[in-house]
Design a protein around this ligand. Structure first.
Ligand code: ATP
Ligand code: MG
Length: 548
């Protein structure tokens, strides 16, 4: 398949320029810095691909760093899922780090700020701190504690560190400028008291550093050259630079912001995704309707398709929302190239081939992929009793009908041409069986001058496996669920349809995660709920032209 040309990526241009100018000694060191407070989602995939691709492209490396400064919201399960997901996407980090590894150094730097007169202990209530911070149009007011002496700040901060004060009684603030037009510079809080055990660093810490203070110093301690983050951090960059400048650190990473990924009919925010999980709107983090990496993996979206998607959308400064069709078509194209073909009948209708005896059996070697010979072939059994799709018969066919109808012939994929002689119905008039005959000269190919009407898929009734099909639709019925007053109101009540009693050819099941193209239906992934005698398939994405 021809690859689409590489999309624009302004960060790549910046790094190339830096290398040309000999910046950072020719090194490129990046990091992916998730907070372990939820599972990773498609937005994170964009950030992961960017950070790891840039490092690899310029012979550098990328670290995985857990931004674990919030003891209340983080846990081991989230951390394990993040490691698994980054690996699954096909990336490997050079160093695995935790911001909490740096807590001792961060504390040293806090003492330095106090000693330089650039940090003070504020004892206002949280509410007063908020109110006195001012607004976008009004400057903030200095705290009455702003002019505490260095000695007093040292004593109080030591008591905070020693756990002598309750949560919320004091904070440590950087002393910058309460009148700054940038609210982030109005004496930001850099430490707060939390008497909480931390899942990774234990219960020895009673003070926890804030994100902005932690992030720049962690980047610096890892010698990160390019600290890539999303646009909402643009207004935080002056604080990032202030901390590193006043502390005269040996290295000063360059923060560069890029636009977040947004996708139609999807929410990409851990906070909202947590809500979907805890309120049970979905069946867990790996529900195939979720835009989490775990959900997309279970749905059957290959890591390679996600990487291809990120490569195609590029990196820019302009926020925008990607059309869901664009995302789906990327997956479809990828799977069309890679997925093995199988035949599965979702709504089975019995077909008896009256021209063959009951004990008749044939086995065909059918190619797994029409273009890719390396995928080999599998054996497909045929007998005189088959299942086809209910939709593939019409008693009163429209013009140009390419399937079965009374007296009309179609080819069974990889087998014979059959003609429908009789339609059998129950007392209510529902079709229960078709009786057909086969043409023995048509096996696998048309004889001279013979033209079959169309091709349908089928399975041999006595060989087929019963299976369950889970068809997914969009989780939200509105392109931008966040525009609704409550995004939960836009949940699509028909986002999951379960079909029992589907029939698949015996060669189909494989380990969970394997994705097939079920001929004429779509792409389907083997779900981990599958058992040896009953596979379960998740619809990954439909074929472009569904046959309905
Ligand atoms: P969320 O808003 O979902 O909680 P977050 O930004 O708080 O996401 P982090 O764990 O802090 O989550 O994110 C780790 C990295 O992933 C950050 O550098 C962040 O900028 C990036 N990231 C998060 N969401 C997106 C997105 N939608 N598009 C691109 N990058 C993203
Ligand atoms: Mg965050």
């Amino acid at each position: 398949m021809s690859q689409t040309p590489e999309a624009a990526n302004f960060i790549k241009n910046i790094i190339e320029e830096d290398l040309k100018n000999g910046k950072n000694g020719g090194n490129v060191i990046t990091r992916f810095p998730p907070e372990p407070n939820g599972y990773l989602h498609l937005g994170h995939v964009k950030s992961i691909c960017l950070n790891f691709d840039m490092a690899e492209r310029f012979n550098g490396y990328c670290n995985l760093r857990f931004d674990d400064t919030n003891p209340e919201k983080e846990n081991e399960e989230y951390m394990a899922s993040i490691k698994r997901d980054v690996h699954w996407l096909g990336f490997d980090w050079k160093h695995l780090r935790h911001a909490s590894d740096y807590f001792p150094q961060l504390l040293d730097y806090a003492w330095q700020l106090i000693d330089k007169g650039l940090a003070y202990v504020d004892s206002q209530s949280a509410e007063d701190i908020r109110v006195n911070r001012g607004t976008l149009t009004e400057p903030g007011k200095n705290s009455p504690y702003r002019e505490r002496s260095i000695a007093e700040n040292r004593t109080l901060f030591q008591e905070m560190v020693d756990g002598k004060h309750p949560d919320g009684s004091h904070v440590l603030r950087a002393k910058i400028d309460m009148a700054s037009p940038n609210i982030n510079l109005r004496d930001p809080v850099i430490y707060r008291i939390r008497h909480a055990a931390h899942f990774y660093s234990g219960d020895s810490w009673k003070v926890y550093p804030m994100y902005d203070y932690t992030h720049c110093l962690s980047d610096m301690l890892e010698n990160i050259t390019h600290s890539l983050c999303t646009l909402e951090f643009e207004d935080h960059r002056p604080l990032y630079d202030w901390v590193l400048n006043v502390l005269e650190t040996p290295c000063h990473p360059q923060q560069i912001e890029f636009a977040r990924l947004s996708l139609e009919y999807t929410v990409l925010s851990k906070r909202r995704l947590i809500q979907l999980v805890t309120e049970k709107h979905v069946n867990g983090w790996d529900d195939p309707r979720m835009p989490t990496i775990a959900g997309m993996r279970r749905r059957g979206i290959p890591a390679g398709a996600l990487r291809e998607f990120c490569r195609k959308i590029g990196i820019s400064k302009a926020d925008g929302t990607i059309a869901i069709e664009y995302f789906e078509s990327t997956i479809r194209d990828y799977l069309n190239e890679h997925a093995a073909r199988r035949m599965t009948v979702v709504r089975p209708l019995k077909v008896t081939i009256t021209s063959l005896p009951d004990d008749h059996e044939e086995h065909y070697q059918l190619a797994n992929h029409p273009q890719d010979e390396s995928q080999g072939s599998r054996s497909v059994p045929f007998s005189n009793t088959l299942y086809i799709e209910r939709d593939d018969i019409s008693e009163d066919p429209p013009k140009k009908w390419k399937r079965l109808a009374p007296g009309q012939a179609v080819r069974l994929r990889g087998s014979y041409v059959i003609t429908c002689d009789e339609i059998i119905k129950d007392a209510d008039g529902n079709i229960t069986e078709l009786r057909c005959h086969h043409d023995p000269d048509t096996l696998g190919k048309n004889p001279e001058g013979y033209k079959a009407n169309g091709v349908i898929h089928w399975v041999s009734a006595k060989h087929a496996l019963d299976c369950e099909i889970r068809n997914y639709d969009r989780l939200f019925s509105q392109a931008n669920p966040m525009e609704a007053e409550n995004f939960l109101d836009t949940i699509n009540p028909h986002s999951l349809t379960i079909i029992q009693g589907a029939k698949t050819e015996p060669a189909a099941p494989a380990e969970a995660g394997t994705v097939y193209q079920f001929e004429r239906l779509g792409y389907y992934a083997v779900d981990p709920d599958s058992t040896a005698d009953k596979p379960v398939f998740n619809r990954t994405v439909e074929l472009r032209d569904g046959f309905k």
